[in-house]
Design a protein around this ligand. Structure first.
Ligand code: SF4
Length: 341
């Protein structure tokens, strides 16, 4: 199987039908013990300081890990990817563009998928077969999500790791399924988190400091029961075809589609507060204005850059936010809320 790097979640069914193994460059970057060096590689080659760390990390992986074919998303993800694509071409890599339609329209999506299939020398019916093949593993990932918020036996970090890896299944969906199956079996034997543990939602692009962030939140007396974008990677609304599936996937389209999904999940998961992560120098940070206008819960906006652990300032802000939520949900304030209504 030929490897193909992907810069974000894409219709991997088409790539797999064409005989490629998709590898999410973001996951390789953030999972690498050489993250700092990978960013340095990009900066030494001229990427500016004020360029998003994910973009620099992706570039570093392309240069250092010998992945020669890259599928770059030119619409529906990140404007920086367009220039990244040009630099990768300059460096001699084979670059294949893919553009999500401007809106989640099944016909437009079908057209985009057909064009991609043709470029890669496969067909949409081949990709449909792969979609059916992946249904079981995606259901397992979404089952783990349910064990997080409903049964309280899976941690926010485990949830994040499992769902974020659903973009490429680590390049081997059978191995992913095996490992996830073991985690689910183990989780079913655990004692659930206490009922009074504060419930948080994490919205926004995945954080650069995930391995530190989720355990810190738990040490502070709360836990994450909803990872918004990561859950989308597991295709929670698959629909009846590959075109429908990628129309229901909220991330590439208008932020208002994301808001609807987020608000529905906040209610369902009985969330007490929301942490919105924004990446330094990312245009998506502007979406904070819309989230703050559309979500009726306390929101903490956290900005990460190239610290792969929470710094002191961020720890203090998370602690203060959780403390405020605890006071807000204390019995006295619940009583006065009850009296008012
Ligand atoms: S965090 Fe923002 S700027 Fe960085 S790659 Fe993602 S979309 Fe692009």
């Amino acid at each position: 199987m030929k490897q193909i790097g992907i810069t974000t979640t894409v219709p991997i069914e088409v790539l797999m039908a064409a005989g490629y193994t998709p590898l999410d460059l973001n996951n390789i970057f953030i999972g690498s013990s050489e993250r700092e060096q990978l960013v340095n590689v990009a900066e030494q080659d001229g990427f500016p300081q004020n360029c998003c760390t994910w973009i620099k990390g992706i570039y570093g992986v392309c240069m250092e890990y010998g992945i020669n074919t890259i599928l770059c998303v030119t619409n529906g993800d990140c404007s920086n990817t367009i220039m990244l694509m040009e630099v990768l071409k300059l460096k001699g890599l084979e670059v294949i563009p893919f553009a999500y339609p401007d809106q989640p329209d099944v016909k437009l999506m079908q057209h985009a998928l057909n064009a991609l299939a043709e470029t890669l020398g496969t067909t949409l019916s081949g990709a449909e077969e792969v979609r059916v093949e992946l249904e079981r593993v995606r259901r397992l990932a979404l089952g783990l999500d349910e064990l997080t918020w409903k049964d309280g036996v899976v941690s926010g970090l485990e949830n994040h790791m499992a769902l974020v890896a659903a973009s490429d299944f680590g390049g081997d969906y059978r191995e992913y399924e095996h490992r996830l199956g073991e985690l689910v079996s183990q989780a079913l034997t655990r004692e659930p988190y206490p009922d009074d543990c504060l419930r948080l939602a994490y919205i926004g692009v995945p954080p650069v400091f995930a391995v530190d962030f989720y355990p810190f939140v738990e040490r502070t007396g709360a836990r994450v029961v909803f990872n918004e974008v990561q859950r989308q990677f597991a295709m929670p609304s698959p629909g009846g075809s590959i075109a429908e599936q990628y129309c229901h996937y909220t991330y590439p389209y208008s932020i208002f589609g994301r808001v609807s999904d987020i608000n529905a999940q906040l209610r369902k998961r009985r969330v007490d507060g929301v942490i919105h992560y924004v990446q330094a120098f990312c245009h998506r940070g502007i979406g904070d204005i819309i989230f703050r206008n559309s979500i009726d819960l306390p929101i903490l906006t956290l900005e990460g850059n190239d610290d792969f652990m929470l710094n002191h300032h961020m720890r203090t802000r998370v602690e203060a936010f959780i403390d405020m939520l605890k006071r807000r949900s204390a019995p006295a304030s619940k009583a006065s809320y009850g009296q008012k209504s």
